[in-house]
Every structure is written in C-alpha cells, then in structure tokens.
Design a protein around this ligand. Sequence first.
Ligand SMILES: Cc1ncc(C[n+]2csc(CCOP(=O)(O)OP(=O)(O)O)c2C)c(N)n1
Ligand SMILES: [Mg+2]
Length: 344
Amino acid sequence: MLPNLGKTDLVELLRKMLLVRRWEERLIRLAEEGPSFGHYHVYVGQETIGIPALAALRPTDLIFPTHRNHGYLLGRGADPGRLLAEILGKETGLNKGKAGTLHASAPELGIPHTSAIVGGIVPIAAGAALAAQVKGSDQVSVALFGDGATEEGVTFEALNIASLWKVPVIFLCENNTEEALGAAAGGYPKSVTAANDLGNIARSVGVPAVVVDGTDSGAVFTAMKVAAERARASGGPTFVEARVVRWPGSNPLWPELIAGETELRYAWEPEAAPELLIRWYRNQDGLLRYLREMLSASLLEKDEAKEIDSEIIQHVEAAVRFARESAYPPPESAYLDVFARPSQ
Ligand SMILES: Cc1ncc(C[n+]2csc(CCOP(=O)(O)OP(=O)(O)O)c2C)c(N)n1
Ligand SMILES: [Mg+2]
C-alpha cells in the first residue's frame, strides 16, 4: 500500500528512496576502490521505512539516527556531495570531515546527532523530547534504532522514563533480523534478546507498540502519523517496530554489492536479477515494491521511472566529483570545534 499522499508527493518519495539506493551503491564502490574511509553501514533495503517515516513528520521534528543514518540524512535533504565529503574526511563535509559516517549530523535539518553506539541514541532522543515538553514546543522526537538496541539496558530505561513522563517521543525500531540468505550469507551476528516479540518490551512499561511490514510504505507512514499525533496531543510515546529482511549485501561485516547494482526492471522482471537475489528483489525489497505499486496505480510509467533514476545517478556522480575534489582539512583545524579544558 502506498502512503496516503498525492501523486507529486509520492513521486518525491520515490526520488528520495532512489537517491539513497544509488548514493549508497556508489559509496560501496568507493570503499572498494579505496582509499579506505573506515567502517560504515548502509541503509539499502530499509528505504521504505525511513523515507515514509520522515514524510509523516513535520520538518521541525527531531530525528536521532543510529549507525544506518545515511537514509535519514539524505531524506531530510542533506547535500549528497557534502555527506560523501564528510565520510571521506574532507573539509567541505557536513561536519567538516570530523564526524565521518558514524557520527554525521545536520542540526539545521533537525538531525542533531548520530550515535553508532548501539542503543546510545535512544535516551538522547527521549531527552530531546523532554526538552520539547518543558519548552512547550510541539516538536516530536524520533529515536531510530535496530532490533539490537532492544538488548541494551539504556533502551529499556528510556522507554520507562518516557512512558512515566509522557514525553513526545517515537521509538522506531527497524527489525532486520530475518536473514535473507541464512547462514550462507556470511555470518553477520544475529541479535540476542529473550523477548520473542520486541513490542512486549515496550508494552511492559505501558508504551503502546505496533508492528508494521517495513516494505509497506503506506503502513509505515500511517503508523508514524498516528504515533506523532499521539505524541503531540500529550499522549506519550509509541513503539513502532518495522520488520524487513536485511539486504543480503549487509550480511557480511562490510557492505558488498554481492550481485551488482539494483536495476529498476527487476521490479517488473525479477527473474532478470542475478540468481542470488531474485527472491529478495521479488518479495523483500521495499523500494522495488514501492515502484511496482506506483506503476500498477498508473501514477508513473516505466520510462518515467527510468528517467528519474538516470537523473539521480548523474546527481550522485556530481556528488562523487565534489567530494573527491574537496581538500582535506588543514592539520591545525584539529584544534577547532572541540571542547577543551582551559589551560592552567
Ligand atoms: C554498545 C555497542 N556494542 C556493539 C557495537 C558493535 N555493533 C555495531 S552495529 C551492531 C549490530 C547492531 O544491530 P542492530 O541494532 O539490530 O542494527 P542493524 O545493524 O541490524 O541494522 C553491533 C553489535 C556497537 N556499535 N555498540
Ligand atoms: Mg538488526
């Protein structure tokens, strides 16, 4: 089901999801080519969670991502060239090359921080929601985390206090534990939690929990709208669990284009995809599902989709040129933008 939005907005969502996909596929190629920019994670395969979730919120709402943050930064409008420059450690980067991928932020876009510490972002988001409540603003804060963060004590504490104080926060848990290729995929560690239903962790402290299919953009959009309205009406937090099958390229410890870049025709011709990923593209890739739904609702023609895609690919190439041509920061800038004790 598509989100309950008009055609222009729905096409815009497709553009954003395609930007995330193409930009990250290019990022993986850049990592392969080197020089290394260190460890990183991609959002491929989860675009139909983040992009519709952002569309359900107001631009003034605060977003607190975890290590799969690129989708949210690009979705909120961060410049693709500056985000890439950030990851490459360049001075034109979003954070002057000092944050890299794991801590990239865009406070001007309502993304004050990324924490790559599993569970680390959850109390920060709840704290920002408390600040909004104290200030009497109508801002909602969103904590983004994977199923892995539900194992962390701090997540439970944040759920508990947010429930007691009814702070306007949404806990959006992206559960990608279901392995697409099973053990053959390279042994990415599975999460460890004794809860067989993650929502029960939230329910145990009085936070209502809903589960949505994370490839169903309309279901994500509606769940987030309902949660945001509830938060704004002083109803307190909601736990939204969006389930997806992890993109097989994220199963190895480092992301890999194990079957090349996505081709749009896999949406209507999945058997054309490499054998390894036919099932994933046919049933588990939310982006291709979204495209199929746009085509079957006659909101878009295949040729229009291809045209949008090639515009985005060119846009991404321009971002790569910008990031590559940007300079590294001068060594003395290491002392700028940091907190330090005054010298004695
Ligand atoms: C506190 C902490 N422990 C371990 C790690 C190493 N680590 C990075 S990502 C990750 C898996 C997180 O799983 P999940 O939260 O479900 O996110 P996913 O990668 O599946 O999207 C781990 C254990 C970390 N970053 N922080
Ligand atoms: Mg996970």
